[in-house]
Design a protein. Structure first.
Length: 254
């Protein structure tokens, strides 16, 4: 993916990593469309950040995805990058089925079915572009589990393998598949996580990630230095130590 000159749609980017990434990519000379569920929040983003386009979308709703795709492509026929940013993270206790089933289903619908449906809605258009990118968003937790968030870990592992698989299918086409792999970042993904001293500051994460996109336009994975501890634990042979260290530092662990 080239760092500038793109038209980029980022659903699920009204806060956190998504919004910070959208603003940084806009500053790098891209046309950026931010997607989210709340109309009032989209209006505020458009007012506070001139040049950012917005579209209302609920990535848990197939009809909303289809409608948003039509509106985005009608307004931006040169769209060539889709970033499947939307996601949720929930603390779960799988020792009590009554406490985790709804959460697990919501997580899979948002984190797995959402990206699949988004890709399905845009893939025919992207295949017609001379230089297109599908950017998926997994997590360091796709490679080492956080005890408190089983469904989130599993959903991000699914996104990693989905990315690996569809990259093989798109080989030889104009469509690149790039996987963004964040570490723990100070956002509101979990309550109080904005102040988690073990998490990477948001601005620092986005700056490093965008720098990697610029320096490595053909990269398959965008891995900031901090996430490599999780990403390569099994390859290094210290997976058990990685899992132990990760969960010892988790403020949600019980």
């Amino acid at each position: 993916m080239h760092i500038s000159g793109n038209t980029i749609f980022i659903p699920g980017s009204t806060s956190g990593i998504g919004l910070a990434l959208a603003l940084e990519l806009r500053a790098r000379g891209n046309t950026v469309i931010v997607g989210g569920r709340r109309a009032e929040l989209l209006e505020r983003i458009a007012a506070e950040h001139p040049g950012i386009h917005t579209v209302q979308i609920d990535t848990t709703d197939p009809g909303s995805i289809a409608d948003a795709a039509k509106r985005v492509l009608a307004a931006h026929p040169d769209l060539n990058v889709l970033v499947t940013m939307a996601g949720v993270m929930r603390v779960e206790d799988w020792r009590d089925p009554a406490s985790f089933l709804d959460s697990a289903e919501e997580t899979v619908i948002t984190n797995v079915l959402g990206p699949i449906r988004l890709i399905a809605a845009f893939v025919e258009h992207l295949r017609e572009r001379p230089d297109a990118t599908i950017m998926t968003v997994s997590s360091g937790l796709a490679f080492a589990p956080l005890k408190a968030t089983p469904s989130y870990n599993a959903s991000k592992a699914a996104i990693h393998m989905l990315s690996e698989s569809i990259r093989l299918q798109f080989a030889g086409t104009s469509v690149k598949v790039v996987e963004l792999v964040p570490p723990s970042v100070r956002t509101a993904l979990l309550p109080g996580h904005e102040d988690n001293e073990h998490a990477m500051p948001l601005d620092a994460y986005v700056a490093e990630a965008v720098g990697l996109i610029e320096a490595q336009p053909d990269a398959k994975e965008i891995l900031v230095e901090r996430v490599k501890f999780l990403r390569y634990g099994e390859a290094r042979g210290d997976y058990d130590q990685v899992v132990s260290t990760l969960n010892a530092a988790d403020p949600h662990g019980k």
